[in-house]
Ligand binder design. Structure first.
Ligand SMILES: Nc1nc2c(c(=O)[nH]1)N[C@H]1C(S)=C(S)[C@@H](COP(=O)(O)O)O[C@H]1N2
Ligand SMILES: [Mo]
Length: 443
């Protein structure tokens, strides 16, 4: 290879994939002969179906080293961390503490407590001494403000239990090029636990929502990172219509027991299908407003995406952006980790995972092991209830030993598919939902 390619194959590919292909592998179009062998050498195996790789496609093992590889330097996998009450997860940040679930630990239909991801924006508040007397205030544009203890919430309103997705608005952010600021999430800022609580709408109706009330504002007990008392760690809000959705809950239990402290005990909001930041943890107050809330994490480029696509990498104040609402269609592969090595002679793979699409459902799921030339339809189960994710499974055939990539792609009920590359680049990296790619080495 030339000196220029030593700079970083990844950088080259980001700047100009076609040119990078031509420089690195002397090709335009599909990989052939020596070029394919060169690329295969770099991933440590032959790429039997590499001739199908579209120009500009970098083997997934280059772009995203597998955790399993573990060796130091550029090939090192993500940094892992284990905290009390959680399995080992990907450490996205330690101040504030942010932990991502690797896709393979999300193999349960209902996500257990120790596999629920962690996204903090501020400090972790102290554990409540008496959880039952923790109070939630409902005020603002209501006829009769309420202050309800957890015991009152539980006893005054109908208790409901639902399987609900909770997904960070920035899930998938690592896909964006140029890179955007924020946690470089893979696809693991998602959980689908069984939450128990009361409908926010029942509580709001008890307070009497005034006609002019159009938005909510949410507050939690976690101090701002700086410790400054008048600053919120995060304080977001949503249109009243979403607050009135039957699946928008104030929850006090998960998977039949108390909520883990790190996930917002004793009470939090659970606003399924929309950015997780709306699901205020350690909930203290919901206020009703005539106008959009102006809290921390509102306005500008926060949880907002361009209405008309902007030039990737350009700066923008977000004035003409819109607030993110329903999250886009996405899928995970939970049966095989990226970088999995399989015994020589393995000729089929039984795949499984989950898929979801914000307020919508998943209509179809496909997998490809020939770089997207052909797709095999997977079976998709119905959701346990509205706003629950859907499990999928199916089998793909492998013609020989070598380097393969499992590409997996969901299609939502509106006919929208996960794209080949993330669309609608935005400064804070929301909504990246490109087709999943997991490298598999046979033999
Ligand atoms: N009080 C409070 N609520 C919060 C946050 C926070 O930092 N503080 N983070 C939000 C974000 S950005 C997400 S994605 C979810 C994550 O919830 P989890 O940590 O239980 O996974 O909580 C939301 N609610
Ligand atoms: Mo988030």
């Amino acid at each position: 290879m030339t000196r220029k390619t030593e700079r970083s194959v990844q950088e080259l590919y980001q700047d100009d994939p076609e040119r990078a292909d031509a420089m690195a592998f002397g090709r335009r179009g599909a990989l052939k002969g020596a070029a394919l062998a060169a690329m295969g050498g770099a991933v440590g195996a032959a790429i039997p179906l590499g001739g199908n790789m579209p120009p500009g496609t970098l083997p997934a093992l280059f772009g995203r080293p597998a955790a399993a590889q573990g060796a130091g330097g550029a090939a090192a996998g993500p940094q892992m961390m284990r905290i009390d009450g959680k399995v080992e997860m990907i450490l996205q940040g330690d101040r504030p503490l942010v932990l991502e679930a690797p896709e393979t630990i999300l193999d349960d239909a209902v996500t257990p407590n120790d596999k629920i991801f962690v996204r903090n924006n501020g400090q972790i508040p102290p554990v409540a001494e008496n959880a039952d007397s923790w109070k939630v205030t409902i005020d603002g544009e209501v006829n009769a403000p309420l202050e309800l203890s957890v015991v009152e919430l539980r006893s005054r309103f109908e208790n409901v239990t639902r399987e609900l997705q909770m997904e960070c608005g920035g899930n998938g952010r690592a896909q964006f090029a140029p890179q955007t600021r924020g946690n470089q999430w893979g696809n693991g800022a998602i959980c689908n636990a069984s939450w128990t609580g009361v409908r926010l709408r029942d509580v709001l109706r008890a307070a009497g929502v005034k006609d002019g009330a159009k938005h909510t504002g949410h507050y939690g007990a976690d101090p701002h990172l700086s410790g400054t008392e008048d600053r919120q760690a995060i304080s977001r809000g949503m249109p009243v219509e979403k607050a009135m959705d039957e699946d928008t809950l104030i929850v006090f239990a998960v998977n039949g027991g108390p909520i883990p402290h790190i996930n917002g005990a004793p009470v939090r909001l659970l606003v399924p299908g929309w950015p997780g930041s709306l699901s205020q943890k350690w909930l203290t107050r919901v206020t009703l407003l005539n106008e959009p809330h102006r809290g921390q994490g509102m306005g500008g480029t926060s949880y907002r995406v361009p209405v008309t696509p902007i030039v990737p990498g350009s700066s923008n104040d977000g004035a003409s952006f819109r607030d993110m609402t329903s999250m886009p269609v996405r899928s995970i592969l939970s049966s095989h980790a990226h970088g999995t090595r399989l015994a020589a002679g393995t000729r089929s793979l039984d795949l499984r995972g989950a898929a979801w699409a914000g307020d919508h459902t998943v209509r179809a799921m496909h997998a490809s092991v020939d770089f997207g030339a052909t797709w095999t339809e997977m079976q998709v189960a119905d959701p346990a209830n509205r706003h629950a994710w859907q499990r999928w499974q199916g089998r793909v055939a492998l013609p020989s030993d070598g380097y393969y990539e499992v590409w997996y792609r969901a299609t939502d009920s509106e006919g929208r598919m996960q794209p080949h590359a993330p669309a609608n680049w935005n400064p804070q990296g929301y909504g990246a939902n490109a087709i999943g790619r997991a490298a598999v080495l046979v033999g």
